[in-house]
Design a protein around this ligand. Sequence first.
Ligand code: ZN
Ligand code: ZN
Length: 326
Amino acid sequence: MSGNCEENPKPVSTERVSSDGGANPVHGTVVLKPAKMAWIVGMTVVALVAGPMTFSWPAFSVFVLITAVTICGGHSVGMHRLLIHRSFKTVPWIEKTLVYLGVLVGMAGPYGMIRLHDFRDWGQRQSECHDFFAHRAGFWKDAYWQLCCGIKLKQEPRFTIESDLVSDPFYLVVERTWMAQQLVIAVPLYLLGGLPFVVWGICCRVSVSLIGHWLVGYFAHQPKDHLLFVKGACVQGYNLPRLGIVTFGEAFHENHHAFPASAKLGFLPGQTDLGWWLVTGLERLGLAWDVNTPETLEARSGLTINRENRGNFVREPGWLHSLREG
Ligand SMILES: [Zn+2]
Ligand SMILES: [Zn+2]
């Protein structure tokens, strides 16, 4: 399955993924990854069967608390805004703590997360890309592709992770053992609340986090009304304002496509971004600095603003004036 372009598009490079050597983002095959499939299916089956049987309000509270901490501090702030986009700076122990919380989400290790993110990002920036990168295959097929498979391109781009990251012993260990890291919380959970805490704190949480992550990714790439648009990119991001709070800001995906290096994802008036609150909290404590926002970043090439939706703001943010109308 491939995109609908007959010619090979001209690929654009990103920092870690390089198109040099004729990489092609269109032609490739989606391949089943048995371990990935076994992981999500296993967690979901246990959640569906044992979840209702072991339900209690304390177990449910454990589920909510660990989900919030790992998705906000780990996935959104640690993995996405810090490790992947380097949208702010912090001290090493804070970075490691946040990234480790991201590993506990149960999606991948630090290098795996960078790879997953940057390949998709690279594909979406091109003039054409495979349906896999664009979430264009339809709801159920995309669920299967994203949750159980990977893509093997005919001509892969070059992928290089920063040398300080690949030589870091901590990241190396958690990369190799990211699935087993669930045991680090499973043991104390079992000692505290027995099987119900393990079922809700691990299986229900990992299943909901992974399926929720896919759902947000799917709907945040389905065309709808928008304000910001990146000309020349074959895939646009869209905001899902109703999910802003439960995703800790990650659902403001149109904003993220417009300013990928911004630590603030909910930067338009009325957008609550709880991940940003954490970054500003760290900044106030002197533990985060050089924090990027649309005010401090240069607009990416091709970024335009939708004339019709411009009037939605009573007070326009300053950076918006510099954008061309498209
Ligand atoms: Zn995207
Ligand atoms: Zn990103």
